[in-house]
Design a protein around this ligand. Structure first.
Ligand code: SF4
Length: 374
């Protein structure tokens, strides 16, 4: 099966320096099995690919390598600079862990086995296997979402893969072409990403269709089997974009732990039963920042889905009335000029709030200018 897969990959795989530049030698060749690549580029790519598709990762990886071209550059950067480079990629704890791991590696040396990599923050077994097979062709298997789907279909596995992790690891190891683990793992991922896709499969082009129980069943989309999904919980969040007399806007930095830890945001919180949006914003800003505000016009309404919940942000412009802002539920608070908001890493939904705010402020300046001219 490995031979058939590798033959397919030689012809149809995503073996393109424009798609996976970290896997090519300095002179632009696909490396021979005994030719090592730098750990740094492979490590950054594998961490970015943990929850994110290749097409999204590529421009981030390229910008990252320009901003932090080496382990030393990453280890000596500030956490804020690292988060700014990560902004928009999601699952933000990955950025903090990369930074921590860079400092740990710099203090020791590059790990060369699974245990060494898994001892670093943010590195699980499949990421460690991906880095080791990519960089030094070490005979380590991988088991990411693509691989799990392919294996579940090959065996028409009757239960969700997450419940049988050990078995799926055994299968991935049994299939691995050890002398060509770099090529094999890439081939397996490419098969999952381009042929054995979640919905629009192309079994006719698959090198494994003769070995595949799901294909034989006539309806391969029945695998992998999933647990029945409950609908995602939905919450409304009232958000205040608070401006002071100098035209500065108030932002706070989230606590390090938890979702979006360490990123900046506009203050606000969950709407409680029976509350209006304005009442929610007044209460949240009083509880979290010890300030009083007057809630003004709506700025923007944004729906955003995370993996475990859906949120709708109702964002209003607010005027600061009294109280020195205190970080009662955050790391720190800061008044900043709207034009300087780009210096702070924000989650995706907040980035849209910034665009709306800058657009609104631009309009009011323009309206003021027209009135003056009139
Ligand atoms: S034959 Fe179809 S279902 Fe089976 S591994 Fe290939 S693409 Fe996936």
């Amino acid at each position: 099966m490995a031979t058939a897969l590798l033959a397919w990959w030689e012809e149809h795989g995503r073996r393109d320096p424009a798609l996976k530049p970290w896997l090519f030698s300095k002179d632009g060749r696909w490396p021979d099995p005994d030719e090592p690549l730098g750990f740094y580029g492979c490590w950054i790519a594998e961490v970015m690919l943990q929850q994110t598709q290749l097409s999204v990762v590529l421009p981030y990886w390229q910008r990252w390598m320009e901003a932090f071209p080496s382990l030393e550059a990453l280890a000596s950067a500030s956490l804020q600079q690292v988060r700014l480079q990560w902004q928009g990629l999601g699952y933000y704890s990955r950025a903090r862990r990369l930074h921590e791991a860079a400092q740990a590696i710099q203090a020791t040396s590059w790990p060369r086995d699974l245990q060494g990599w898994q001892a670093l923050p943010g590195i699980g077994r499949t990421t460690a296997g991906g880095i080791l097979s990519s960089a030094i062709n070490a005979p380590e298997a991988i088991l990411d979402g693509n691989v799990r789907r392919v294996l579940a279909r090959l065996r028409a596995h009757p239960t969700p893969p997450a419940r049988d992790q050990a078995l799926f690891w055994q299968w991935s190891e049994a299939l691995l072409d050890r002398p060509r683990s770099r090529d094999f793992n890439q081939a397996l991922m490419d098969l999952g990403a381009t042929v054995c896709t979640p919905r629009h499969l192309n079994c006719q082009c698959c090198p494994w269709k003769g070995d595949c129980a799901a294909y034989a069943s006539g309806d391969p989309t029945r695998w992998p089997v999933t647990d029945d999904r409950k609908p995602l919980p939905f919450q409304v969040i009232g958000v205040g974009v608070v401006l002071n007399e100098s035209g500065e806007v108030l932002i706070d930095q989230r606590l390090e732990e938890g979702l979006l830890g360490g990123l900046w945001e506009f203050p606000g919180g969950k709407l409680e039963h029976g509350e209006t949006i304005a009442e929610c914003i007044v209460r949240e800003l009083r509880e979290e920042l010890a300030i009083e505000v007057r809630v003004g016009e709506a700025l923007i309404s944004i729906e955003h889905a995370y993996s475990h919940k859906k949120l709708r942000f109702e964002v209003h412009l607010c005027t600061w009335l009294s109280g020195d802002p205190q970080p009662l539920a955050s790391q720190q608070v800061r008044w900043v000029r709207p034009g300087d908001l780009g210096d702070y890493p924000f989650p995706a939904a907040n980035a849209r709030i910034i665009d709306a705010l800058l657009g609104r402020l631009g309009e009011s300046v323009q309206a003021g200018g027209n009135r003056d001219a009139a």
